[in-house]
Design a binder for this molecule. Structure first.
Ligand SMILES: [Zn+2]
Ligand SMILES: [Zn+2]
Length: 148
C-alpha cells in the first residue's frame, strides 16, 4: 500500500490517507472556491472521513450558506493558514481534501472540472477531461471520479 500523506505549509497539520493509490482530483471554478483558495479554482479529492487521519488540531471555520442552508466545516492550520480539508452537512461522512496539500501533489491526475462558466481566461481544460458549466449531475460526476 502506498503512503499517501500531506499537510499544511508549516507542518503543524499533517494527515495520512488510507488508500491503495492516489485519489483522483477535480477542480471547481465557482466563485466561492476562487475566493477560498485565492486562486483560479480549488482542487480537491473526496474520500470517506474515516480514511483520513489528521494530527495537529486544525482550526475549524463553519459557514452556513444562506441560499442552500448547507453548512461547510473548513479545517485549516492556525499557524500558517493553509486550508487543508472540509466536510459539509450535505454529504455526511465525506471529506474534501485540498489536493495541493498532498506531499505527492505532482503525481495527481485532475479528472473533472465543474463550474467552468466561472473559469478565468487563460485556464485551458484538456478536451478529454469532463467538465460542466455548473455542478455536475451526481452520477456523471461519480463516473468521472472513478475513471482509471
Ligand atoms: Zn501550518
Ligand atoms: Zn466551488
Amino acid at each position: 500500500m502506498d503512503t499517501i500523506e500531506g499537510g499544511c505549509r508549516c507542518g503543524r497539520i499533517r494527515y495520512r490517507v488510507t488508500a491503495d493509490k492516489l485519489p483522483l482530483a477535480y477542480a471547481c471554478h465557482c466563485r466561492d472556491c476562487q475566493t477560498w483558495s485565492g486562486s483560479a479554482f480549488s482542487l480537491q479529492f473526496i474520500l470517506s472521513e474515516t480514511l483520513l487521519e489528521v494530527t495537529g488540531e486544525p482550526l475549524l471555520y463553519e459557514r452556513t450558506s444562506p441560499e442552500s442552508a448547507r453548512t461547510s466545516y473548513q479545517r485549516g492550520c492556525p499557524t500558517c493558514m493553509t486550508r487543508v480539508y472540509n466536510t459539509n452537512s450535505a454529504r455526511p461522512g465525506l471529506a474534501a481534501v485540498r489536493a495541493g496539500t498532498l506531499d505527492r501533489s505532482d503525481e495527481l491526475n485532475v479528472v473533472a472540472h465543474i463550474w467552468t462558466k466561472r473559469k478565468m481566461n487563460g485556464i485551458v481544460i484538456p478536451d478529454d477531461v469532463p467538465s460542466w458549466p455548473e455542478s455536475a449531475p451526481p452520477a456523471d460526476f461519480i463516473a468521472a471520479l472513478s475513471r482509471q
